[in-house]
Design a protein around this ligand. Sequence first.
Ligand code: NAP
Ligand code: ZN
Length: 359
Amino acid sequence: MAKSAGEENQQKAFGWAATDNSGILSPFNFSRRENGDDDVTLKILYCGVCHSDLHTVRNDWGFSFYPVVPGHEISGVVTKVGKNVTKFNIGDRVGVGVLVGSCKTCECCEQDLENYCPRIIFTYNSYNPDGTKNYGGYSDMIVVDQRYVLRFPDNLPLDAGAPLLCAGITVYSPMKYYGMTEAGKHLGVVGLGGLGHVAVKIGKAFGLKVTAISSSPQKESEAINRLGADSFLVSNDPEKMKSAIGTMDYIIDTVSAVHPLLPLLSLLKVNGKLVTVGLPNKPLELPVFPLVMGRKLIGGSDVGGMKETQEMLDFCAKHNITADIELIRIEEINTAMERLAKSDVRYRFVIDVANSLSQ
Ligand code: NAP
Ligand code: ZN
């Protein structure tokens, strides 16, 4: 018989888990492996709340394995290192993002693209090769192979920096890969949530002109005054959208729900590029005519490899980019999830794990 969550490993751990697709989280005892020779153990201090956590706890994508302890924007301090660990020492400020393992030998892993390894091991809702299950960062500690641990630059705060580990790299990586960083070009960012608000800041740091494209008119003044966008478009205002047709070089689409692509493709210039990083639970319709007639490109992108994630953290530290956060206690997580579902967050919830998670 399979061992229970509390018995399959040697170390006791404690977190909050969803046990069914209601997505409601509640206290949960489980276990983590002992720190191995290549491992780093972290005391978790903060964990961001990504919309992927919400999709997973509610089983939007149809592959949730309950119980699920979500959380893949994890920051904390090192409490233990194995004898082969060269990159980290006890007391270091570190982070863990969306992945905690990969095969290390395939073409993707060899090119520092562990995020595309066919045998990728996600931080939660996934299994290790030995059959034990992974649980995420809404918990007190985690044990991770050093390859998948990131170093926090000295001036990057552990609370507002944590969301960069998923939201930050998810928008930084496609901007680099698809060549969307040429200063002076015009970037549209669709959806002003966790990913989108960081995309605005990173776009400005690359010297782009940035327009936020939002379904929430009330976010306009913050988008411009607080996040630094140059302009703001309400996506369901046909007049405003019409006035911006053919003005953008690049678009990053972070929307978490099914939505039409046609109005967005119309905003692009000839040769424009739209990268979608949002993961709605149903397919989007692909309008072929505007793509063909304007030689436009649509691409996708999934977080980033470890090397690039470190590069992104260093870039954000250099440009003083952090997430705008609402710091919550773990007891507030179910209300926070409800608000996230309604696009009501300014702009990322972060759980104050160390100060609120106790048995
Ligand atoms: P979020 O904070 O909830 O932001 C999503 C934003 O999309 C909302 O704030 C809202 O912005 C807009 N939106 C939501 N529903 C909409 C609708 N029906 N029509 C139009 N706009 C709508 O979520 P997030 O954490 O940024 O994640 C966004 C998506 O990216 C999720 O699907 C998540 O799973 C996915 N994701 C992908 C990756 C990857 O590697 N590719 C990594 C992380 C997350 P406005 O109010 O401004 O309209
Ligand atoms: Zn995420």
